[in-house]
Design a protein around this ligand. Structure first.
Ligand code: CTP
Length: 402
C-alpha cells in the first residue's frame, strides 16, 4: 500500500551534513506515492546540489524567494497552498531558531509562515547544539504551535560526537510523514501502559528483579502519543528517557505498580508490558543480611506471591480494553492463549524471549497477537519502535471496533 498516494509534500532542505540523506528521502516519499517539490536554503546548497534533488523529485528545485523566473512558474504562496505537508529535513539549529522567531528572510521560512499545511521538522545537529537550552526552548515553542518534530535520533554523529541530534533515517521519516495523514486512531483516549521490571527488596542493598529493559513499553507509550492518546506510563526501574508528552510514574515493586495503576484509573486502554515479579521476599530485612555461619553455605529466602497487576485491573467494574504480554521461552502460543483467558484480556501479545535477537533488552522484537477468538496475527522482526507503531495501530483498530 502506498501510504502517501497523491500527497503533496514540500521537502525543505536546510544546511547540515544530514542533507545527504534528503536525496534518499525524496526517493522514499515518492515510493510511497507522494509528489515532492524541494525547497533548499542557501546552506542546504552547500551540502547537496539542487541538480541531484531535481533529478530525484522530477521537478526544478525552488531556491530563492526573489527569483522572478521561479515565481512565474510557481510562486511561493502558490507552493505554500499546494503543500499537504511541509517536511524540513534536515532542520538545523539555526533554521529552528528562525522558525521559532517567525523570521521570513528566505523562501523556506516564508513558506512555513504562509502555509496552512502541517509542518514537520527533522532536527539534525551536533549533540551539544541539540541539548543547548536555546535549541530546546525553540523546539518546545515550535511543538506548542503544532509543528511536529520527527526525532532526532541518538547515536554517533558525523562530527565524531555521540548523542542525540542525528537526523532520522529516510525510511523512518517517510513513515512519520505518512502517519501525519492518518486519522488519530487513539485521540481522546486515556492509555495506561506498564513497563520495565519490578524490584523486590531482600534487604536495604539487595533485590530480586529480571532482565526487562522497558524498551518495548516506552516505544508503545511513544506510539500511543503519536496516535493521539493521553498516555500514563507506569514503569519499574529502567534507564530510559521519558518520551515527549507522556506522563511517567516511576515505581519499584509490584505492589507499588499496582497502587500507581489503581490511582491512574480509569483508562480506556491498558497495555501491560511490564515484567512484574511474581514473587517477593516474605520479609524485607531491616539491615543488610550478613553471612550466617550457623546456616552453612546456604540461604533460604521465603517468597510470597505478588498481586497480579493486570488481572486485578481487568477484574474491576470499570475494566478497560486490556492487552497483556506473554514473554515465554517455550510453548509460546499455548501459554499466551491460556493467559488471555485467565487474565480476562481482549488481546495478548506473545513474544519469544528465548530468542536473543528479540525480547528482553534487545533493540528488536517480533510478536504474535492473539485475540479472544484465538485468531493469531504476526508482525515480523523489526525495531521495537516500528513494532510498537504496528501494535498500537492494530490495538486501536480493535478498540474502536469494540
Ligand atoms: N502481569 C502483571 N502482574 C503480575 C504478573 C504479570 O500485571 N504480577 C502481567 C504482565 O505485565 C503481562 C502478563 O501479566 O502482561 C503476563 O505476564 P507473565 O509474567 O508472562 O505471566 P505470569 O502471569 O507471570 O505467568 P507465568 O509467570 O506463569 O508465565
Amino acid at each position: 500500500m502506498q501510504r502517501l498516494y497523491r500527497k503533496r509534500i514540500v521537502l525543505g532542505v536546510g544546511g547540515g551534513i544530514a542533507a545527504y540523506k534528503s536525496a534518499e528521502l525524496v526517493r522514499r516519499l515518492r515510493d510511497q506515492g507522494a509528489e515532492v517539490r524541494v525547497v533548499m536554503t542557501r546552506g542546504g546548497r552547500e551540502f547537496i546540489t539542487p541538480l541531484t534533488l531535481q533529478a530525484l523529485s522530477g521537478h526544478p528545485v525552488h531556491l530563492d524567494l526573489l527569483d522572478p523566473e521561479a515565481e512565474a512558474a510557481m510562486g511561493h504562496i502558490e507552493l505554500a497552498k499546494w503543500a499537504d505537508l511541509v517536511l524540513i529535513a534536515p532542520a538545523t539549529a539555526d533554521l529552528m531558531a528562525r522558525l521559532a522567531q517567525g523570521v521570513a528572510d528566505d523562501l523556506l521560512t516564508t513558506l512555513v509562515l504562509a502555509t496552512d499545511a502541517a509542518v514537520a521538522l527533522a532536527p539534525a545537529m551536533n549533540q551539544a547544539m541539540w541539548r543547548d537550552p536555546a535549541t530546546q526552548a525553540n523546539a518546545q515553542l515550535l511543538e506548542s504551535r503544532g509543528l511536529r518534530l520527527f526525532g532526532p535520533a541518538a547515536g554517533s554523529q558525523a562530527c565524531g560526537d555521540v548523542g542525540p541530534g542525528r537526523m532520522l533515517e529516510a525510511d523512518e521519516l517517510a513513515q512519520r510523514a505518512a502517519d501525519c495523514f492518518q486519522r488519530q486512531s487513539l485521540s481522546g483516549k486515556h492509555v495506561l501502559i506498564t513497563a520495565g521490571p519490578t524490584q523486590e527488596n531482600i534487604d536495604p542493598v539487595r533485590y530480586i528483579t529480571n532482565h526487562s529493559s522497558g524498551k518495548m513499553g516506552f516505544a508503545l507509550a511513544e506510539a500511543a502519543v503519536e496516535a493521539g492518546a493521553k498516555v500514563t506510563l507506569i514503569t519499574g526501574p529502567v534507564h530510559l528517557p521519558t518520551p515527549d508528552r507522556v506522563s511517567r510514574i516511576d515505581v519499584v515493586s509490584a505492589r507499588d505498580m499496582l497502587a500507581a495503576c489503581e490511582a491512574a484509573m480509569p483508562c480506556d486502554l491498558l497495555i501491560a508490558s511490564a515484567a512484574v515479579a511474581d514473587y517477593r521476599p516474605e520479609v524485607v530485612a531491616q539491615h543488610k543480611l550478613k553471612k550466617d555461619p550457623t546456616t552453612g553455605d546456604g540461604l533460604l529466602l521465603q517468597l510470597v506471591r505478588n498481586p497480579d497487576v493486570l488481572a486485578t485491573l481487568t477484574s474491576r467494574a470499570d475494566r478497560p480494553f486490556s492487552v497483556g504480554f506473554a514473554a515465554e521461552t517455550e510453548n509460546l502460543l499455548g501459554y499466551a492463549a491460556r493467559k488471555l483467558k485467565d487474565k480476562n484480556l481482549d488481546l495478548i501479545v506473545a513474544n519469544d524471549v528465548a530468542n536473543p535477537t528479540i525480547g528482553f533488552n534487545s533493540e528488536e522484537n517480533a510478536i504474535t497477537i492473539i485475540d479472544r477468538e484465538l485468531q493469531a496475527s504476526s508482525f515480523a522482526q523489526t525495531s521495537k519502535g516500528k513494532i510498537a507503531r504496528q501494535l498500537v495501530a492494530f490495538i486501536a483498530e480493535r478498540l474502536n471496533r469494540a
